[in-house]
Design a protein. Structure first.
Length: 182
């Protein structure tokens, strides 16, 4: 189960994240040998909506996308809304697409992708309330457990985490995807 050995995965989140949407993918990539790193606009630590506290490893303003092999965007309404207001977070997320690196997004994590202007022509899913925002940003939105589109892995809710984690690990293992660029 260590086929991600040597890979480093950025998790971009801030206060108000959906606890399981950070902790479950974090555990999945770690169990497969990758090193998860929490990147955030906050310093010190952040707290999920249900109270999980996670230490911030690196500030997003100084984070170098070149050091990471993939990005995970956990959901949470507050988390998703706050991240899309951070110019550094938006630039960081967009850079993964510019470099063709795998990106996993679940629930309200997709909001930042609309601000990063990286969903045009892509197919993805999210929490249903983001459907119109994603369509207005040029995406094809579908109501499915997990959707993979050239390295972009998306899911709807914590109920989808088993399928999301499996596809996330698979896409990270495959590495960069030519169709992942903006």
């Amino acid at each position: 189960m260590a086929h991600l050995t040597g890979k480093t995965v950025a998790f971009l989140a801030t206060n108000g994240f959906e606890d399981s949407e950070l902790t479950s993918p974090w555990q999945a990539v770690a169990e497969h040998g990758a090193r998860p790193v929490l990147v955030s606009p906050e310093s010190g630590s952040i707290t999920g909506k249900n109270g999980h506290e996670q230490a911030v490893d690196e500030p997003v303003g100084g984070a170098d996308v070149g050091r990471f092999d993939a990005l995970v965007l956990p959901g949470g309404v507050v988390n998703g809304d706050k991240l899309r207001l951070s110019a550094d977070a938006v630039r960081f997320a967009r850079a993964f697409f510019e470099q063709g690196k795998p990106v996993g997004v679940i629930c309200h994590g997709g909001w930042i992708l609309t601000d990063a202007d990286v969903v045009r022509g892509r197919t993805l899913t999210s929490y249903p309330s983001l459907r119109t925002d994603l369509r207005n940003a040029g995406a094809t939105w579908v109501d499915e457990e997990v959707v993979v589109d050239s390295g972009l892995v998306s899911s709807r809710t914590p109920d989808d985490l088993p399928a999301f984690n499996a596809k996330l690990v698979e896409e990270i293992g495959e590495g960069p995807h030519g169709g992942q660029t903006v």
